[in-house]
Ligand binder design. Structure first.
Ligand SMILES: Nc1ncnc2c1ncn2[C@@H]1O[C@H](COP(=O)(O)OP(=O)(O)OP(=O)(O)O)[C@@H](O)[C@H]1O
Length: 454
């Protein structure tokens, strides 16, 4: 019997799974040091094992609900292996893996290893260091953070970070360096690499190698030895330099300019770009072989409009940084609403600058108010509210994250609108229909269908 693993672990057997199969799984798990809570209902938080025998819409819905609040591993325990389509469906519903234990016979150490890895990932993603560097709790952002933590702490692989300007690519690169626990972080901005300077910047040079080379100098490959080389805006790298970089990545050797001696350098490569490198490869602007080398692992930083729920937490984070330790300052309701409704083409950088401008215009105690907005930033008076706005988008995103289909989303939006207008119009069908722009009869039919379905 293996030493006990201390994890909040529960088992949820679906209806089709017999008590005998469930007991068999529990006893195998106990042998591997996994003490799960008595079989029964799923809980929020911790780790859950969903025992399934057959997958249908109801099972998927339940797994989805469980996975929204816990890390769920699905185990197929039926008499026959499930079709692969069902296994994919469980994964899509939010299970982090799907194991096939026909007749509940399987290797429990396999479960233990997966839980240990997932737990280590989760702890790191929740650590104060990570949370204070990559602020945000929206599902899209948390998925990115898990991926960053995984690549940083568990692999040596080159990483390509893609995303629009100001979405935090640089921030992610720095975190990968810190979590990897390797030497120096050497940053090269590829937009500044002119063909004349690039050779020396990357490879270094010997004294007298060219006019003006008064002394020998190390280049980025030498400086990054044992550490991380971060190539920012890698999509801007001129083609001749791409060829040279490829050789260093393949051989880990290079020559300083003016030298015939091969030097070795072992570094981890992290690249970032806001270009679509796939398109650049397709039109010959970027070498395909280099692309596949640098993109062994990919992380995409989502734009702020895809994570509207993070706007206020980020704004508060930046305000707290400006106010300094111990000081507390808040936004009042109108400013919060302004920040939520505003658009951010420059993403988090733009939000940070907007908060800074508010802070510097603000004086005295009390919350930040709309008077702290610079006149040219105030929304035009009387301008019609833009709709759909970020709040609407964020509600829809939550539904999409729960993998709810278009038909249900449209239906729910219409139902909610009807209910609200009926409330406001004192249940008067005619007036409600007028306001909603439908016929009296169409609204009656819809209400009847709704009443029958509930
Ligand atoms: N999730 C985040 N949590 C805290 N700060 C963030 C986050 N994302 C971005 N920032 C802040 O926003 C600003 C822009 O981030 P960063 O420079 O990393 O973006 P970028 O994607 O590298 O931009 P560019 O493509 O223009 O180089 C920085 O001040 C950074 O501190």
């Amino acid at each position: 019997m293996q030493a006990r693993l201390s994890l909040p672990l529960w088992i949820h057997p679906f209806e089709q799974v017999s008590a005998a199969l469930c007991a068999k799984v529990a006893s195998a798990l106990a042998q591997a040091g996994l003490q799960a809570d008595a079989a029964g209902s799923a809980r929020s938080g911790g780790f859950g094992l969903a025992l399934v025998d057959g997958v249908d819409a109801a099972v998927l819905e339940r797994v989805r609900a469980m996975a929204a609040g816990a890390s769920v591993l699905a185990i197929a325990v039926g008499a026959h292996p499930p079709p692969t389509a069902d296994m994919w469906a469980l994964l899509e519903a939010g299970a982090f893996d799907v194991l096939n234990w026909t007749d509940a016979s399987g290797d429990a150490t396999q479960v233990r290893a997966r839980l240990e890895r997932r737990d280590a990932l989760q702890r790191l993603a929740d650590s104060p260091e990570v949370r204070s560097t990559l602020v945000g709790a929206s599902p899209a952002w948390r998925a990115l953070v898990r991926s960053v933590v995984e690549v940083a702490a568990f692999t040596e692989s080159p990483v390509l970070i893609t995303g629009e300007t100001g979405t935090g690519k640089d921030q992610v690169a720095q975190l990968i360096h810190r979590l990897g626990g390797r030497g120096e972080l050497v940053v090269l901005d590829c937009t500044t690499l002119t063909p004349e300077l690039a050779g020396s910047e990357l490879f270094g040079h010997e004294r007298g190698a060219f006019t003006g080379a008064a002394s020998a100098r190390d280049g980025a490959f030498a400086l990054a030895d044992g550490g991380v080389l971060f190539l920012d805006e890698v999509g801007e790298l001129p083609l001749p330099l791409q060829a040279q970089l490829l050789r260093v990545l393949q051989e880990h050797t290079y020559k300083r300019i003016g030298s015939n001696t091969w030097q070795h350098s072992r570094f981890r490569l992290v690249c970032a770009t806001n270009r679509s490198l796939e398109e650049d490869v397709a039109n010959g602007r970027f070498r395909a072989d280099l692309f596949h080398r640098i993109a062994a692992w990919r992380c995409r930083t989502p734009p702020l409009r895809e994570r509207g729920d993070d706007v206020l937490p980020l704004a508060r984070h930046f305000l707290a940084l400006l106010a300094g330790p111990g000081a507390s300052c808040e936004f009042d309701d109108a400013v919060r609403e302004y920040l939520l409704l505003r658009e951010y083409p420059g993403n988090v950088r733009e939000l940070r600058q907007a908060v800074a401008r508010l802070w510097y215009r603000h004086s005295g105690p009390g919350p930040i108010t709309i008077g702290d907005l610079a006149p040219d930033e105030r929304p035009a008076r009387g301008a019609p509210a833009s709709w759909p706005d970020v709040r609407f988008e964020s509600a829809i995103r939550a539904a999409i994250d729960l993998r709810i289909g278009l038909a249900r989303i449209s239906q729910a939006a219409a139902d909610i609108a009807i209910q609200l207008v009926l409330e406001q119009e004192g249940d008067n069908n005619q007036r409600a229909a007028l306001r909603l722009g439908v016929t009296d009869r169409a609204l009656q039919i819809r209400r009847k269908a709704w009443a029958e379905a509930h």
